[in-house]
Design a protein around this ligand. Structure first.
Ligand SMILES: [Fe+2]
Ligand SMILES: [Fe+2]
Length: 363
């Protein structure tokens, strides 16, 4: 076990074909804050949008590359299946069901996953999203100080054959006595989505992935179980876990498709990469040494203006990043008006007029 342990996710980067539509969905409908409007530093003709909470707190950041002509991607081995955003309570989750349904977004759930309740839908590019409740947490079927030690078989009523799908589809209220939620035209404070709850990917070798995430990133196993939608498939969860508590914004889960060659295809509606946290540039340098000592191919440190980044791959092909917490999004515009103006790094400023001409205004 390495001395280095990441605190969890820094951000997730996905692919959009239409930045205004992505802004309407994540900003207006889901109520996330646009914290930076910039361009892809490696492809300055295209937007790079950042959403987050509290000015872009690590663990709450969702970013989008706009690739207008990207073909539709497909999840599979080495890719991300879905992103779950956290909500405090099942009551608020039902308000989301109503709000999304009224907006014409097909929704499935909420489904009782045991550790949390899950509501599923997709963004306009096809990225699968989930809204997951904060609790009850991973200690419902194992002691909190011994998570992940045993392989847990889910009870029958959480598996497809034992689930009451009609009742799930009908669910609009938390208890029979509670009022059916009215239309939800505004995202109310109780509905606030608090960033990354978990990220779920697919691997072709779950034990190899286990060794990798524990050794390379210092994550720890918190649940070994089976996919509740496909009971033949193993489903493991790792997180920042000190033997007592599971840290927020840190749960990575993988479905084990052993030996599968059904490889993820990058593209629209898919996750491009996921980034974990380093608290400082010094810690990031230590991470880089650590990853090199594991014989991983790690990039040099890249300056991303709002953080600095190193990149490497998981054994199943997933692109990973370690990003520093700082300097943060207020480095080039006031904290009160984050996301208001198109921000460019110094070296692209001379090309601003050209760049702005090519970009569709976001309003
Ligand atoms: Fe999930
Ligand atoms: Fe990134």
């Amino acid at each position: 076990m390495p001395a280095l342990k990441t605190l969890g996710f820094h951000h997730i980067t996905m692919v959009s074909t239409d930045a205004p539509r992505t802004l309407a969905f994540y900003g207006d409908l889901l109520g996330l804050d646009l914290v930076k409007k910039t361009v892809n530093f490696d492809d300055p003709g295209a937007y790079h949008l950042y959403f987050g909470r509290d000015g872009g707190r690590p663990g709450t950041i969702l970013t989008f590359f706009e690739w207008a002509h990207a073909r539709r991607g497909q999840w599979g081995v080495g890719g991300i299946h879905h992103l779950a955003l956290g909500v405090a309570t099942p009551e608020a989750q039902l308000k989301w069901k109503r709000r999304l349904t009224d907006a014409g977004v097909p929704v499935t759930g909420p489904i009782d996953r045991g550790y949390f309740e899950s509501l599923y839908f997709s963004d306009p590019d096809g990225q699968i999203l989930e809204i997951a409740t904060a609790g009850p947490g991973y200690a419902i079927d194992e002691p909190a100080d011994a998570l992940g030690r045993e392989l847990v078989v889910p009870p029958q009523d959480r598996l497809p054959d034992g689930r009451d799908e009609d009742a799930i589809a009908r669910a609009t209220r938390p208890t029979p006595s509670a009022r059916v939620p009215e239309p939800v035209p505004e995202v109310t404070p109780d509905m606030r989505l608090d960033g990354i709850h978990h990220i779920t990917g697919i691997t072709d070798d779950i034990e190899r992935a286990h060794d990798f995430y524990e050794e390379a990133l210092g994550l720890r196993i918190v649940k070994k179980t089976f996919n509740q939608d496909d009971a033949e498939t193993k489903h493991y969860f790792w997180a920042r876990y000190d033997g007592a508590e599971v840290g927020p914004h840190s749960a990575l889960t993988l479905f084990g498709w052993e030996g599968s060659r059904y490889v993820a295809r990058p593209g629209a509606g898919q996750t491009h990469h996921i980034a974990f946290r380093a608290e400082s540039p010094e810690e990031q340098a230590a991470w880089r040494e650590h990853l090199l000592s594991l014989d991983l191919d790690v990039t040099t440190v890249k300056d991303r203006s709002y953080f600095q980044s190193i990149y490497f791959h998981a054994p199943d092909g997933l692109l990973l990043e370690i990003a520093t917490d700082g300097p943060g999004f207020a480095v080039d515009e006031p904290a009160e008006t984050l996301g208001a103006d198109l921000k460019l790094p110094e070296w692209l400023e001379p090309r601003r007029r050209d760049i702005e001409r090519k970009l569709v205004p976001l309003g």
